[in-house]
Design a protein around this ligand. Structure first.
Ligand code: GLU
Length: 316
């Protein structure tokens, strides 16, 4: 595709791993983030590689600059250091819009004008019809429920004619840009000349499917970017060779492999790590009230004590 960068911005020897920690500054980091950052850092440092920091702040409504400052300060407090410039996604919006334009030019994304209520009603109707929508598949090999994957979009606007869609856009109607998942996967398989897979250090070779995400939203009228587009482009531009992240994002990797293949981008290796849990087996997440790194620091905990809470030894 025309807008695709064909080579990473910085040239990196193939044998040297490049990893990254890519938090979204929607709040203070918690122990799960510290674990994830350390995981990426250790994977790079163990073999003389590079560890990058990227700020994933394209969602203007949820991200705040003070959380970016705080997370950088917390990571430094913990003794983590990163290589090169910090990439801040909000400074690269035009690049993500180019990716969406290229997908749109190939008819691999389409505008969807449905409201949430319309989608819910379509799904209810489809469930009472003889041909039910396929049930979402479990996508985490260790059986972790993946909360982001809800009911699949029933494809209503995929069936709109080009003229109808153009007319609605001309009338100023809001829309999301959805991936035509069937067409995109087929195109990617054709380009790859074989069924797509990704390689995960923990789970081995994983066949790519989009049946668990369906026609996922890749952008919106006002925001021509999304997590999937931005993360895939950035990993390519930054020369990331090993993508490490929590298992809760396992489902997203399928989408990313399809995008990488469509654009002819390098295939990174993956390592989806387990999520930290508390003594009751509950996932540590800020919305469940687990302490932030900030509050642990305010209590006077040292970096070594915080690492111990994350189940890790102090940094040497
Ligand atoms: N920004 C994502 C998050 O904070 C992580 C993205 C990734 O590692 O791919 O959950």
């Amino acid at each position: 595709m025309s807008s695709s960068p064909s080579a990473p911005a910085s040239s990196t020897a193939v044998s040297v791993p490049v990893t990254r920690f890519a938090p979204s500054p929607t709040g203070y980091l918690h122990l799960g983030h510290a674990y994830s950052a350390r995981f990426a850092w250790a994977a790079a440092r163990a073999s003389g590689g590079r560890f990058l920091l990227r700020i994933e702040d394209i969602d203007r409504t949820r991200c705040r600059p003070e959380f970016t400052e705080a997370l950088i300060d917390d990571l430094r407090f913990l003794g983590l250091s990163w290589d090169g410039e910090v990439r801040v996604q909000s400074a690269h919006r035009a690049e993500y819009a180019d990716v969406l334009d290229a997908l749109q030019a190939q008819a691999l994304v389409y505008p969807c004008f449905c409201t949430r209520a319309e989608i819910a009603s379509e799904i209810r109707q489809a469930e009472t019809a003889p041909h039910d929508l396929p049930a979402p598949e479990p996508v985490s090999p260790s059986g972790l429920p993946v909360p982001q994957v809800g009911r699949l979009y029933p494809g209503t606007c995929r069936r709109l004619s080009r003229d109808e869609a153009d007319a609605r856009i001309a009338h100023g109607q809001s829309y999301a840009l959805r991936l035509d998942s069937t067409r995109a996967l087929e195109r990617a398989q054709t380009l790859a000349s074989r069924p797509l897979v990704f390689y995960d250090r923990r789970f081995g070779e994983v066949p790519v499917t989009l049946s668990h995400v369906g026609d996922v939203v890749l952008g919106r009228k006002e925001v021509r970017a999304s997590y999937h587009v931005a993360v895939t482009l950035d990993d390519q531009l930054q020369g990331v060779t090993l993508v490490t992240r929590g298992e809760d994002l396992f489902h997203a990797t399928h989408i990313h492999r399809v995008l990488q293949t469509l654009f002819g981008w390098r295939e990174p290796e993956y390592a989806h790590h387990p999520l930290l849990t508390d003594s009751h087996g509950e996932r540590l997440a800020k919305r469940r009230g687990s302490p932030s790194l900030r509050s642990l620091r305010n209590e006077g905990r040292s970096a070594a004590e915080i690492w111990a809470l994350a189940g890790l030894p102090p940094l040497a």
